[in-house]
Design a protein around this ligand. Structure first.
Ligand code: G6P
Length: 460
């Protein structure tokens, strides 16, 4: 196979001002870290503290850090990526946010990435670009390096044509994406939305999932991302004892668990409201059941995230003050902090049910991690129909997160599900993740990318 260059907004590690490296937040970084191919190169941002850094080795790979000034971080990352594209693609644009200077900086930073990739990619390399931060890179890169093969994978949903058309820079964004040879989405509906958008906004001819862009072919398909099954399976088994300690600490018969970045797309308030109503109605008893919500602080400089944090904290406080247990504890244990994977695995093993109520979600890797970590074969998954993972897990209790009554009945069903049923549903979900793990995902994408016929100018 040709040399591989991976480009994502974040490198797999975040580097602090003092040079300390920690794992980058989010599912993308953790998924990609597990598929680091020996000898591959990564181009990305090392986080806000990093400043300018020279290329550095990382395991068997090389990292090429891209520097962002504080103003660029504000306009490109917090602004265009996380206050325009993120809410628009999740169907949750709050107000008029089409800020033109954010867009200009987004273009400048995308050019910087394209230039850095063009300089580092060996002749005829394969370049794999990730996510909504870098949608202009495929076209910019092709102009600089017509010899490379370019794949783009979008980790978040792709909106329908009408929503996407709200973007004043829709033509440039679409043209940027169409610089790819292969564009991968999480689920078939995202791929279909993309093709309808192309048909609505351009002259490009679509033959099924094959688009003709000038003399080139651009292929479009769904490649549902996954997790490293064996790693999470081992983490779960190693956490069995820690899970017993957590359960003893909680001192209740049943634990419902939510683990999310503190993001307004995750539906955290909806699930807590459902839990609160069940307590109010006496259908759940604080002595028997507790809700553990881990909320990992995320994008804390973006106002919508600050609002979400306030809302979540307020509902937790309300539930805990209205339903205090005789021992003085509230029924919601709210942990606003990040965890390493060992700590997460302990909660996954301690819980009776994982509750995922995303209002929109590309995949939701937490659901897949939970399943992979349950080597004990137990545990129920309550899962939003709007998370990509719902398409892989028909055995989960699938709910519409906007329907509070539906969440309530799923929580009750989860808490009373007979042992045999829990185990057979879990066994089948585990078989799915075991078969379609993150290695399978990466291999499948790269094989397809390698097979796309292209108008390439080969260098020797
Ligand atoms: C989602 C996005 C990723 C992103 C992650 C963490 O999973 O798809 O691209 O890296 O969230 O968000 P952050 O803004 O901290 O990179």
């Amino acid at each position: 196979m040709s040399a591989l260059v991976v480009a994502a907004n974040r490198l797999p590690v975040e580097i602090s001002a003092t040079g300390e490296a920690t794992a980058s937040p989010g599912g993308l970084a953790s998924a990609l870290s597990t598929v680091a191919v020996v000898g591959s190169t990564w181009v990305g941002w090392a986080g806000p503290g990093a400043g300018r850094l020279a290329p550095l080795p990382f395991g068997d790979t090389h990292l090429h850090p891209i520097a962002l000034s504080p103003g660029e971080e504000a306009r490109y990352y917090q602004g265009f990526a996380n206050s325009v594209l993120w809410p628009l693609f999740h169907g949750r644009l709050r107000r008029e946010e089409m800020n033109r200077s954010w867009w200009r900086t987004y273009r400048i930073v995308n050019e910087r990435f394209a230039t850095a990739i063009a300089r580092t990619a060996p002749p005829n390399a394969t370049v794999w670009v990730h996510d909504y931060h870098l949608l202009l890179v495929p076209k910019l890169l092709r102009a600089r390096r017509p010899d490379v093969r370019v794949g783009l994978f979008l980790h978040i949903p792709f909106p329908n044509a009408q929503l996407f058309s709200m973007l004043p820079w829709r033509q440039e964004v679409l043209a940027g994406m169409l610089g790819s040879d292969l564009i991968g989405f999480q689920v078939p509906e995202d791929a279909t939305n993309f093709i309808s958008t192309v048909q609505r906004l351009s002259e490009v001819h679509a033959d099924g999932q094959r688009l003709r862009v000038g003399a080139r072919t651009v292929e479009v398909d769904a490649f549902p991302i996954s997790v490293d099954f064996s790693r999470w399976d081992a983490l779960g088994n190693n956490a069995a004892r820690a899970a017993v300690v957590l359960r003893a600490e909680m001192d209740v018969a049943s634990i419902l668990l939510g683990i999310d970045r503190l993001d307004y797309t995750k539906g955290i308030t909806q699930r807590l409201q459902a839990f609160e109503e069940l307590l109010d109605e006496g259908r759940i008893d604080t002595e028997h059941c507790a809700f553990v919500q881990v909320a990992v602080p995320s994008r804390t400089d973006v106002p919508a995230y600050q609002d979400e944090r306030e809302e979540v904290e307020a509902i937790v406080e309300r539930i805990n003050s209205r339903h205090r247990r005789p021992n003085g504890h509230g029924p919601v244990r709210y942990i606003e902090s990040s965890f390493d994977d060992t700590g997460l695995a302990a909660w996954y093993r301690a819980a009776d049910a994982l509750v995922v109520t995303s209002l929109a979600d590309g995949m939701n890797l937490v659901a897949k991690e939970f399943v992979a970590a349950r080597g004990d074969g137990d545990g129920v998954v309550v899962l939003s129909e709007f998370a990509g993972a719902a398409q892989d897990f028909p055995e989960a209790l699938i709910i519409n997160p906007y329907d509070i009554e539906a969440i309530k009945s799923a929580l009750l069903t989860a808490l009373s599900m007979p042992d045999g049923e829990r185990r057979s549903r879990m066994e089948s979900m585990r078989a799915t993740v075991r078969r379609h793990d993150v290695h399978h995902w990466a291999q499948h994408f790269l094989e397809r990318l390698g097979a796309v016929p292209g108008e390439r100018h080969r260098l020797s």
